[in-house]
Design a protein around this ligand. Structure first.
Ligand code: CP3
Length: 370
């Protein structure tokens, strides 16, 4: 099946495109009234995520509203610990909770690699979304599959919920590094098998969300979260039907570790808004790293006026276009996927997203012809 729009895949693999591709982390979500309507129909967020037909419906909603360059599977990173039997629930307005978090040696001893048959609904959603993306004889845009990183999953599995400082998790890390390592090992195996099964079901790129890697001290990050992601990546399928499957790694707060992350085997490094693309590109090129970049637009900059959003998006593109290229013959803007520096806020005005997408598409094309 040919892709009508392969800009996202090309940018991930460091190939030239006519303009910069854009998609948004959490592009299917509560800022869209149509998402809220489907979620109400499902009854709850988890019921929505576990229903492949409704998950397909919400995956396509942002693509029908905006000319985005990629679809992302509608699911959650917490499906893996849910399948491990930790008892996941989402209280309205409160975020995730596990009724059986991992606190003791006995809890960890009982932990087993996730049974993929418990996650069949995810693979069914991937296949159904792939079918729904077909238009005529080709596919509109590629589909991204994803997982939480082993460390970020461990944070929720030990803490039992979100947290300001993940104190319980870090207590285990420092007091019982052996227990934490056991959890990470189980997560590495689970995440690897889960992502490979998403590829088998039809995912065309894979992203690791390492939301809490940035909580770790320098040194601990590399030997804990990054090493675990490197082990996952080493076990992933990199090709399907003759197409390379790009791997994207996003450590929130990870800009300072860019050069280390560039060695982990990923094709693309995601950046939040604390580290500019221009600075990142400069450092990577100095280190002869040809890895692509994703992200960087502050999601809360979408709370500015449409004119301010336009200026902010242009600033990011203008800065990168003055930076070194990753390979001879490319434009400085090649090898970048425009995205937010973290998930879109539920309070975002959907019309402001239109301003962002239009600006990126127009301006990134103009800069390439100059
Ligand atoms: O990007 C997409 O559109 C795909 C869907 C997606 C969701 N979660 C849907 C979701 C993805 C890629 C995620 C990843 C995820 N989930 C992460 C990593 C990225 C990040 O944001 O840091 C994390 C840490 C989670 C865990 C999680 N899921 C939390 C902490 C919460 C509650 C907080 C919140 O934003 O409400 C969720 C719930 C969740 N996952 C929602 C959505 C659309 C909102 C739930 C709802 O509709 O009530």
């Amino acid at each position: 099946m040919n892709l009508q729009n392969d800009r996202f895949i090309k940018a991930c693999l460091g190939e030239a495109t006519d303009r910069t591709p854009i998609w948004l982390m959490r592009q299917a979500g509560r800022y869209l009234p149509e998402y809220n309507a489907t979620r109400a129909k499902a009854g709850s967020f988890l019921a929505l995520a576990k229903n492949p037909t409704l998950a397909t419906e919400v995956t396509l909603q942002p693509l029908d509203r905006y000319p985005l360059d990629a679809a992302i599977l509608f699911s959650d990173i917490l499906t893996i610990p849910d399948a491990m039997g930790l008892g996941l629930s989402f209280e309205a307005g409160e975020g995730p909770r596990f009724s059986k978090p991992l606190r003791t040696e006995a809890d960890v001893a009982k932990l087993r690699v996730a049974d993929l048959s418990q996650l069949q609904y995810v693979f069914d959603a991937v296949s159904e979304i792939r079918r729904a993306l077909i238009q005529g004889s080709s596919q509109r845009v590629p589909l991204i599959g994803f997982s939480g990183s082993p460390w970020t999953l461990a944070c929720y599995m030990v803490e039992g919920s979100g947290s300001d400082d993940f104190r319980t998790t870090k207590t285990m890390l420092y007091q019982r590094p052996d227990l934490m390592q056991k959890i990470l090992d189980v997560n590495i195996q689970s995440v690897t098998a889960y992502l490979n099964a998403q590829v088998d079901a039809g995912a065309q790129a894979l992203m690791l969300f390492d939301t809490w890697g940035g909580l770790l001290p320098d040194g601990w990050y590399q030997k804990t979260s990054l090493l675990a992601m490197q082990k996952v990546i080493a076990g992933l399928r990199r090709e399907k039907d003759g197409q390379r499957i790009p791997i994207l790694v996003f450590t929130k707060g990870g800009g300072i570790w860019l050069k280390d992350i560039a060695q982990c085997g990923a094709d693309v490094i995601g950046l939040d808004w604390t580290y500019s693309l221009a600075r990142a590109r400069q450092e990577l090129v100095q280190n002869k790293a040809t890895v692509a970049l994703q992200g960087n637009f502050d999601p809360l900059a979408l709370f500015g006026t449409p004119d301010q959003i336009t200026l902010e998006a242009r600033r990011i593109l203008d800065d990168l276009s003055q930076s070194p290229v990753i390979k001879p013959g490319l434009h400085a803007l090649d090898g970048h996927v425009f995205n937010l520096g973290h998930g879109i806020s539920q309070f975002t005005n959907p019309e402001h997203v239109t301003a962002l997408v239009e600006t990126v598409q127009k301006h990134s094309q103009i800069l390439r012809t100059q």
